[in-house]
Write a protein that binds this ligand. Sequence first.
Ligand SMILES: Nc1nc2c(ncn2[C@@H]2O[C@H](COP(=O)(O)OP(=O)(O)OP(=O)(O)O)[C@@H](O)[C@H]2O)c(=O)[nH]1
Ligand SMILES: [Mg+2]
Length: 281
Amino acid sequence: MNNHIHWFPGHIAKAKSQLKEKLKQVDIILEVIDSRIPYSSSYPDIETLIGNKLKIILMNKSDLADTKKTKIWKEKLEKKYNCPCILTTTKNGKDTKIIVDKILKEASPVFEKLKEKGLLSRPIRTMVVGMPNVGKSSMINKLTKTSKTKTGAKAGVTRIQQWVRVNEKIELLDTPGIIPSTQDDQTKIVRLAMVNSISENAYDNEYVACELLKILDKYYKKETMEYYNLEGEITVENIAKKRNWIVKGQLPDVERASQFILTNFREGKIGNFTLDEPNDF
Ligand SMILES: Nc1nc2c(ncn2[C@@H]2O[C@H](COP(=O)(O)OP(=O)(O)OP(=O)(O)O)[C@@H](O)[C@H]2O)c(=O)[nH]1
Ligand SMILES: [Mg+2]
C-alpha cells in the first residue's frame, strides 16, 4: 500500500493568502504549536510567511506532553527563533495572565514608537497562527474568557479569520490552521496525523497507529505495555488480540484497534508523551 500522505485542502490555501494580507495590520504573532510534536507542528520557514514580525511561541497542550522533554524543547525553540516561548494548556485558565503580560511587554517598543510620532494609541493587534488543531481558538477563548471562536477535536474547524478583544489593550485575530503545500517530510506529516492535525480522510489509520507504536516502543515501552496489558511485542495485532477483537477468518481487527490506539494516545490515556525527540533535532 502507498502510505504517502498529502493534505492541502482549498480552505488552507485561501487561509495562507489571507494571512499574508492581514500581516500588515498586526503588531505581534502568537505561534501556537503542539508540545507533543514541537518540531513537526512548528510551521517550517515561518519567517518567509511572517517576515520580521515580533513572535511569541505558545507550546500548547503541554498537559499531554512529557514534562522533561517539554523543558528541553522550550530552550531549544527560544534559542532557534530568538523569541519567548511559553508552556501552555487551555485545560485551565492559569496561563492567561502570563500570555497577556508577555504580549504587552513584547509589543511595548512598537507603541513607544507610535507615541513618539504622536500617533493615537490603539489596541495591540495579535495574530494567532499555527498548524490545524493545535488549540488556537481554544486559547483565544481562554484569553477572552468567552466562547467567541469555534473549537473542535478535528483539523480544520476554523474556516474564517475573526477579530476578538481581550481587553482595551489587546485584540486577537483567530486564523484557520495552516500547513505547508509541499509535504516532502513525511515523518512530520505522519506525526501531525498522530495528534489529529490533519484530516483523517488523508491517511490510513493502521499505518499511522503502527508508526505511533514504534515511537512508543522506543521511548515509552513500560507505560504502553502496562496500559494495553501486553506480554509480547507492542503491535496493533497484539493489542487487537488482547481485547479479543477478531474479524472474519479469526484475524485481529486491526482497523478497530488502530482507531482505539490513536484515540487513547490523543487523549493522553496511555501517558504524557512527546513524539519529537529533542536530541534528534
Ligand atoms: N488536552 C488539551 N486539549 C486541548 C488544548 N487546547 C485545545 N485542546 C483541544 O484541541 C482541540 C482543537 O482545539 P481548537 O482550539 O479548535 O484548535 P485550532 O488550532 O483552533 O484548530 P483549527 O481551527 O482546526 O486550526 C479541541 O478538542 C480542544 O478542546 C490543551 O491545552 N490541552
Ligand atoms: Mg480554530
